[in-house]
Design a protein around this ligand. Structure first.
Ligand code: UFG
Length: 356
């Protein structure tokens, strides 16, 4: 069994990966600055797994603090999730994204070198393919950044690859996620974006919970079967299991490996919306709006390499993703209401109507 440090370990994908790693008997230590994660996550991980994970409250940009975490830890590998991930924010504040994502990764890699840790699994994104020319997208497709967030992912991939090439690192997996959604089936952990959600599933959940009036579908005139954008939605627990496979394979291999993580199937915005309605029994109010600038019509993975290298394929369905996202959303809405009103109330469905 391996001992693994998870930067950003209290975040959406980090926390689910912690559950999956603990379930496979690995030792897990979390490092997080809690800038975009709830302080309740470590306790919730204990509720789910029965394991009390050590947690370091630390910013990856603080190299000395990261050295202190890594030096005493005897880690076999690092899984590096800690990063900012909002496309619009990255265009509004590029320096922040270069600082947290690029300088933060440089700082982490410096600390890893100091501690003699040579294996990293990196949280990359399908954003590195920019506006893809063909779907499904294989790892050999051209790489291209269309925004600052994507640029930082490409720079981080290059930095890590160069360190493997020059021998400072032995092994790197660059995991290119497509569209992670869903939540742990317990409903205890999930995605909790601050402010107005930029992504489809959290927005849909907030409409269903009555926190927002209506979903705007960004365009219905794309060259796709129903005219709305097509994406490769992936259950976060499937994604978490892919990280377990990557870290286990990394322990016995060398070199840099970029691997797509997706189901290989594309669904449209309306497919997701109607599956969500069937999974939850709620009718979701929506309207068709203009296209969102920068959106590709279709984006879905060729997941062949993930199966060949990691022995991993996604198992959960779009229905599972909707059901688990809603379970998490409704439990957290209930908890919020209980906190606000000092009692327990059912979540409001002001925005959504119960289907007959
Ligand atoms: N969409 C809507 N309404 C919304 C939000 C989204 O119709 O309110 C549509 C988008 O136009 C798109 C689809 O839903 O067709 C999915 O949009 P998301 O914002 O959920 O996801 P993206 O595919 O745009 O972005 C994701 C990640 C990014 C990453 C990108 C490319 O969230 O971090 O994939 O890999 F950069």
């Amino acid at each position: 069994m391996a001992r693994i440090l998870l930067t950003g370990g209290a975040g959406f994908i980090g926390s689910h990966t912690a559950v999956a790693l603990l379930g496979r008997g690995h030792d897990v230590v979390l490092a997080d600055n809690f800038s975009n994660a709830s302080r309740s996550v470590p306790a919730r991980l204990k509720d789910i797994t029965g394991v009390d994970c050590p947690v370091h409250e630390v910013d990856i940009r603080n190299t000395q603090a990261m050295q202190a975490v890594l030096a005493g830890g005897a880690f076999d590998a690092v899984i590096h999730f800690a990063a900012l991930k909002a496309v619009g924010e990255s265009e509004a504040n590029p320096l922040l994204y270069f600082d947290v994502n690029v300088a933060g990764t440089l700082s982490l890699l410096t600390a890893m070198r100091h501690a003699g840790i040579g294996r990293i699994v990196f949280s990359s994104s399908a954003t590195v393919y920019g506006a893809p020319e063909h779907c499904p997208i294989a790892e050999a497709a051209p790489l291209h950044a269309t925004n600052i967030y994507g640029r930082t992912k490409l720079i981080m991939e290059d930095m890590i690859g160069d360190l493997v090439r020059t021998g400072m690192l032995s092994t790197a997996f660059l995991l290119r996620y497509f569209n992670p959604v869903g939540a742990h089936p317990s409903g205890l952990i999930g995605e909790d974006p601050r402010g107005v959600p930029a992504n489809l599933m959290p927005y849909l959940c907030q409409v269903a919970a009555g926190q927002r009036d209506c979903l705007t579908v960004f365009g219905d005139d794309y060259p796709t079967p129903d005219g709305t954008g097509v994406r490769d939605y992936l259950h976060v627990m499937d994604l978490a299991e892919a990280h377990c496979a990557a870290v286990e394979v990394a322990l016995g291999t060398y070199g840099t490996h970029a691997v797509n993580l997706g189901t290989g199937t594309g669904y449209s915005v309306l497919d997701l919306l109607h599956t969500f309605e069937r999974a939850t029994g709620l009718a979701i109010p929506y309207r068709i709006g203009p296209r969102r600038p920068g959106d590709a019509p279709s984006c879905y993975a060729d997941p062949t390499l993930a199966k060949a290298m990691l022995g991993w394929t996604a198992k959960r369905t779009l229905h599972d993703m909707c059901q688990d996202s809603w379970h998490w959303q409704s439990l957290s809405a209930k908890a919020r209401q209980a906190a606000e009103h000092g009692g327990s109330q059912a979540p409001t469905t002001a925005g959504a109507q119960l289907l007959a």
